[in-house]
Design a protein around this ligand. Structure first.
Ligand code: HEC
Length: 157
């Protein structure tokens, strides 16, 4: 009788343990499911957030990164190493208030338009010999086009 009880007892515990495992594994599955659903919902958002600025940034904007070390574009922003470029199209070269230009640029008699800017971007030191703008130049026409388009847009806001 005792033995019987014992085996019964063992069987009962055994079943209990099995049940617990079963329940636990189910719980695990639902947990996993929840996180994967959660990830499905969250992940695209994450990706969007990471990719958006890159996607939105035009070629011109990317090219301007190399100018941004020295130039601001928006109205009222301070001069940096180079003058603020706000309103540069139609402006006489070397005349932005509060910036000390080279004599070369001040006496160049350039009024900035697309053509002058293109030549300037190609090689500043050749277009206005004696300029203090230390920039090697952009020779690819597509890149000049993209940057000019960006500048036109951003300096007139
Ligand atoms: C290392 C700093 C530096 C970088 C980089 C630079 N510039 Fe300049 N930029 C200057 C300086 C300094 C001047 C004034 C030059 C002078 O007085 O001869 C200037 C002048 C100019 C002017 C004439 C502004 C005026 O008021 O007459 C334009 C247009 C210009 N830069 C555009 C650009 C663009 C576009 C880029 C990027 C492709 C660029 N610059 C990169 C320093 C820089």
């Amino acid at each position: 009788m005792k033995e019987l009880l014992n085996t019964k007892h063992i069987n009962f515990t055994g079943i209990c343990i099995l049940l617990m495992f079963f329940i636990l594994s189910c719980a695990n599955k639902t947990e996993k499911k929840e996180t994967s659903i959660y990830e499905d919902i969250v992940q695209p958002d994450k990706e969007k957030k990471e990719k958006e600025p890159v996607k939105k940034r035009s070629i011109g904007a990317k090219l301007f990164i190399q100018c941004a070390a020295c130039h601001n574009l928006k109205k009222g922003e301070p001069n940096k190493v180079g003058p603020n470029l706000h309103g540069v199209f139609g402006r006489k070269a070397g005349t932005y208030k509060g910036f000390i230009y080279s004599n070369a640029l001040k006496t160049s008699n350039i009024v900035w338009d697309e053509n002058h800017i293109r030549n300037w971007l190609e090689k500043p030191s050749e277009y206005v010999p004696g300029t203090t703008m230390a920039f090697i130049g952009i020779t690819k026409k597509e890149q000049q086009d993209a940057l000019i388009k960006y500048l036109k847009n951003e300096t007139s806001k």
